[in-house]
Design a protein around this ligand. Structure first.
Ligand code: ATP
Length: 653
């Protein structure tokens, strides 16, 4: 299907409008400020011009009327009499106050009298003037005037309220597509067109071969729909990208935008969520309307869990009806367009388990692309992508880098490359070396080194024995990953750490679980053997051990007494029930089995450390001296260990 040139013209005009909008918005503000300023200036002007000194009838009668000082009287709106004094009388000392009041001579009116009743005023005036000769009689005129001051007294507060409203809604609207107060119900999606396409291409994505192939197929659906429709196939409507954080979901979508050559609407699920009821749903409607007007097109909703959360869950807490309305609208829109309309919706989440089932059913987001954490080969490729902009030293061994970063996501690798460059720059190096990458890796895994964190000699000794305990125990356990170094330099929250290169495995056997628990207990056991006392430093280890033991017993069916049953709740339903999915009796049995398991692992570890107490002492002494002990020195003390394929995790104190 060819793209309609007219549609592209429309898109151009949308684009131009978008570019024009900020200045239009500023202009609107400018006009508003001018309007308010004019009102203020005008009100001051009127106030100044109509300013007169108010006097009583008595004073007017005694000092002015009877002295024949009055030039004329102007009665305004039958309520105020404005008095004009003859110019030649103004120099009289009794009018000195007028000069102070007006600061310079003023043609009048000079005084005013508030009239209770006009008839009364006329009557009194007549009484006083009845003996005046005709030419001395004062001329009284009546004028009807708009009372601007009273009008302004409510116009200004109204203008102020309007301004606040305009400002607040304007701000809210500025999050919206058009940035105008009337557009905040419109979709906030960013539109990428052929001309302003994303610079990310599939070349910038390393690994993810299967995901790339699947997503390229979708691009192909849009470019050549006939190939598929002529065989009667339906083009998919929704594709869900699922994977742990940092695995490249957004990157993949951006690459689609870069390669697809069709209008691409990009927004985050949270952009549907607004404090006003109905805004989310109307934004969804507007988004799909725009996408349909621009077919073939792609919509990408990042972090869809912000709106797509299972409705059952929110019902339980009686919360967020607005989000539910938005989700319902999304479901309706996904159903609402036919199979081959040329709009494909991509969405990304790292919590597919909490999404509403209706969203994932066939006909909606029925294609799921799973993005896993990269394996060693993929990490190597990702490293190569992120090493492109760096000035690399010749000693760089990318293979080794990929090997020492197991479990790292693409985002972590990007972070390591950047961190390594920063470390090299801090040391004024001309190129980034292998050591910089290793330091960056250690920093990302363990946190920032805090060398000057003062620990007393006694504490240092306890930490050294603790870490040596982990090291010695894991060295003599068959199923524990290979140890690469032990350190007692505090990092992040930990006071010391044992670094391992774990094997990349997808499943863990029972004996591997037990050996890992023993290795984690090594620190606490060493403290007990050496000092006959234990410290709080094993908190992380104990937390990890307890979780591992509970998952073995209650989830993985690895305990004989409890049997091959699993109480794992992949749907998160148990959270709502607020009760355990097993009886009180089973709960007690699980607790007992967990205690037995950890107890026997503790005994086993103690035996290993007692058998190798000599090595434990030697390693501790070396640690206190050097703070970091690498693998070759470990081998000198503990002997050769069968090497394996390795990964990083650390047991921290
Ligand atoms: P989240 O779920 O947290 O939003 P995500 O899966 O959307 O994460 P991205 O934002 O796509 O992750 O990735 C973050 C960064 O990680 C990217 O900008 C990129 O630098 C890097 N990255 C991730 N995966 C890859 C990859 N396969 N190839 C190259 N770079 C990658």
């Amino acid at each position: 299907m060819k793209t309609d040139p007219k549609k592209h013209k429309d898109l151009d005009s949308i684009k131009k409008n978008k570019q024009r909008l900020p200045s239009q918005k500023n202009k609107a503000y400018l006009w508003f400020y001018i309007f308010v300023s004019l009102i203020l200036i005008f009100s001051l002007f009127i106030k100044y011009n109509s300013a007169t000194k108010e006097i009583s009838w008595l004073r007017f009668d005694r000092d002015m009327l009877r002295q024949n000082d009055v030039e004329k009287i102007v009665v305004i709106n039958q309520s105020v009499a404005k008095i004009y004094i003859k110019e030649n009388k103004l120099s009289d000392p009794k009018y000195k106050e007028l000069r102070e009041y007006f600061s310079q001579s003023k043609s009048g009116p000079h005084y005013s009298i508030r009239l209770g009743s006009l008839e009364n005023f006329e009557h009194k005036l007549e009484e006083v003037q009845k003996d005046f000769p005709d030419e001395a009689r004062i001329q009284v005129t009546f004028v009807n005037q708009i009372n601007w001051t009273s009008y302004l007294s409510w116009i200004i507060p109204m203008a102020f309220i309007f301004f606040i409203w305009f400002f607040l809604l304007g701000r809210m609207g500025s999050k919206g597509r058009a940035g105008s107060i009337f557009n905040f119900t419109k979709s906030t999606a960013k539109l990428t067109t052929k001309e302003s396409k994303s610079k990310v291409t599939f070349n910038d994505i390393a690994g993810l071969k299967e995901a790339k192939t699947e997503i390229m197929e979708i691009v192909d659906f849009l470019k050549n729909p006939d190939t598929y429709t002529k065989l009667g196939a339906k083009i998919p409507r929704g594709v869900m990208l699922v994977g742990p954080p940092g695995t490249g979901k957004t990157l993949l979508a951006k690459a689609v935008a870069g390669e697809a050559q069709v209008p691409f609407f990009f927004l985050s699920g949270s952009e549907f969520v607004e404090m006003f009821v109905g805004v989310g749903a109307s934004r969804v409607r507007d988004l799909f309307k725009q996408a349909k007007e621009n077919t073939p097109s792609i919509i990408f909703i990042d972090e869809i869990d912000a709106v797509g959360r299972s409705r059952n869950r929110s019902n339980m807490l009686q919360a967020n009806d607005e989000r539910e309305n938005t989700l319902n609208q999304l479901l309706a829109e996904l159903d609402g367009f036919g199979a081959n309309t040329g709009v494909i919706v991509l969405a990304a989440t790292n919590r597919a388990d909490i999404l509403d089932k209706a969203l994932l059913r066939p006909g909606r987001f029925d294609r799921h692309i799973y993005l896993e954490l990269p394996d060693k080969e993929e990490r190597l490729e990702i490293f190569k992508v992120h090493l492109r902009p760096l000035k690399k030293a010749k000693d760089l061994n990318v293979e080794e880098l990929a090997a020492i970063c197991p479990g790292f996501s693409g985002a972590d690798i990007a972070n390591i490359c950047n961190e390594a460059a920063l470390i090299a720059a801090r040391q004024h190096k001309k190129e980034v070396h292998q050591t910089d990458f290793i330091k960056a890796r250690d920093r990302i895994v363990g946190g920032l080194e805090r060398k000057n964190k003062i620990t007393s000699t006694k504490e240092k000794e306890i930490i050294a024995y603790h870490e040596a305990g982990h090291a010695v125990a894991s060295w003599y356990l068959k199923n524990v990953d290979s140890l690469v170094k032990v350190s007692i330099i505090p990092r992040g929250k930990s006071l010391g750490s044992a670094w391992y290169l774990p094997e990349e495995r997808l499943i863990i056997t029972k004996s591997q679980f037990i050996d890992q628990i023993c290795a984690s207990l090594g620190g606490r056991v060493a403290e007990e053997i050496i000092f006959d006392d234990v410290s709080s430093g094993a908190l992380d280890d104990l937390e990890k051990v307890t979780k591992q033991a509970y998952s073995m017993v209650a989830y993985f069916g690895l305990n004989e007494e409890i049997g091959p049953v699993s109480f794992y709740d992949s749907m998160g339903k148990n959270e709502q029930l607020l009760v355990k999915p097993y009886s009180e009796n089973t709960a007690q049995k699980i607790d007992k089995e967990v205690r037995n398991l950890i107890g026997s692992a503790y005994k086993r570890t103690k035996q290993i450390l007692l058998d190798h107490r000599n090595e434990l002492e030697q390693l501790t002494a070396l640690l206190i001296k050097k703070e970091v002990v690498e693998k070759d020195e470990l081998e000198k003390i503990l002997g050769k260990r069968n090497n394996k394929n390795l990964t990083v995790s650390s047991y921290k104190t």
